[in-house]
Write a protein that binds this ligand. Structure first.
Ligand SMILES: [Zn+2]
Length: 327
């Protein structure tokens, strides 16, 4: 039985004209979730977003939301945005408390302490960083955050950059080819936290076979780090044909990501991106893995040229990781 944290408040944050990040994403996700055995829980509304974000940024969101003004070229608001984002943080909190999945909008992993993070041009549809909230609220130590959204979780990485107690493993499409343009292997964490921030790159057209190469590396790092909690920034926009990226992951990959958490007693997952098929097929496979169901999915393979580019990235990444982890 999988706990899904959800409330219709997550549909109220909506664009005035077409935007890819819109309430229909929730319906797509629910069409997948309803094929599984689940139990729904209601989120809470938090009243202390300042444990994650600066007061100035929180005020900026509140003001823009009231006026229904865009925060930037990618990121809209309406009068429900501020409240929805507080409930999204509360959704993550409830997911932590129930070992569940937070089916929330607006997304959050690009939102850093002051909004745009690590030189990103925009907030990339994100408002408040929900996956960070339970960690700050309960002052959790030894949390491993696995972010498999196709974009770099720059906001999350910035929030925890100097914190050695939070391991952040971020898998994303080569940032030379996609927003936000940063997130290379040399971002390893600040002083005293070196090695706890890990960026693993997938070249465009990379598929399940490349993600599969990374799974044992992630497992070895987790074995070393010994997390008490595994948290996921769960984005499904790397699913083949999902629309915003050019990586070709399928059910096989999302199922494997879900399974990584099964060794650990505390875990939670928070929805980030995913816009079309990924929200249906990728999300279902992830939850099956997350719930430790036994399912066989077929693996999709990358071309030799793409694989060889990936192996070059990986050898550079391993050279850095070997300084910190037994991989
Ligand atoms: Zn994304």
């Amino acid at each position: 039985m999988i706990t899904i944290v959800y409330d219709d408040i997550y549909k109220y944050h909506a664009p005035k004209k077409y935007h890819v990040e819109n309430p229909s994403r929730i319906d797509k996700a629910l069409s997948a979730i309803n094929q599984l055995e689940v139990k729904f829980e209601k989120p809470v509304k938090v009243d202390d977003p300042q444990i994650v974000h600066s007061e100035d940024y929180i005020k900026l969101v509140e003001k823009h939301s009231k006026l229904e003004e865009n925060l930037d070229a990618d990121t809209y608001t309406n009068k429900y945005t501020y409240e929805s984002a507080l409930y999204a943080m509360g959704g993550a909190l409830k997911a932590f408390e129930t070992n569940g999945f937070a089916l929330v909008r607006p997304p959050g992993h690009h939102a850093g302490v002051n909004g745009r993070a690590l030189g990103a041009p925009t907030l990339g549809f994100c408002i408040f960083n929900s996956v960070a909230y339970p960690i700050k609220r309960y002052k959790l130590k030894r949390v491993a955050i696995i972010d498999f959204d196709v974009h770099y979780g720059n906001g999350t990485q910035e929030i925890f950059y100097d914190d050695p107690d939070i391991l952040h493993i971020d898998l994303h499409q080569d940032p030379r080819t996609i927003y936000p343009g940063t997130g290379f292997a040399d971002m390893i964490g600040g002083k005293d936290a070196e090695g706890t921030k890990i960026n693993l790159l997938i070249p465009p057209l990379g598929s399940d076979d490349l993600y599969e190469e990374l799974i044992p590396i992630i497992q070895a790092i987790l074995d070393d780090f010994k997390p008490v909690v595994v948290a996921y920034s769960a984005g499904f926009d790397s699913y083949v044909g999902d629309g915003l990226a050019s990586v070709n992951a399928t059910e096989y990959t999302f199922y494997n990501f879900g399974r990584i958490s099964n060794k650990f007693t505390r875990k939670y997952a928070v929805l980030e991106g995913g816009y079309d098929k990924g929200l249906v097929k990728g999300l279902k496979a992830f939850l099956e893995g997350f719930a430790n169901l036994k399912i066989e999915y077929k693996k999709n393979k990358s071309s030799d040229a793409v694989k060889s580019r990936f192996m070059n990235y990986l050898s550079e990444e391993k050279n850095i990781l070997r300084n910190y982890w037994s991989i």
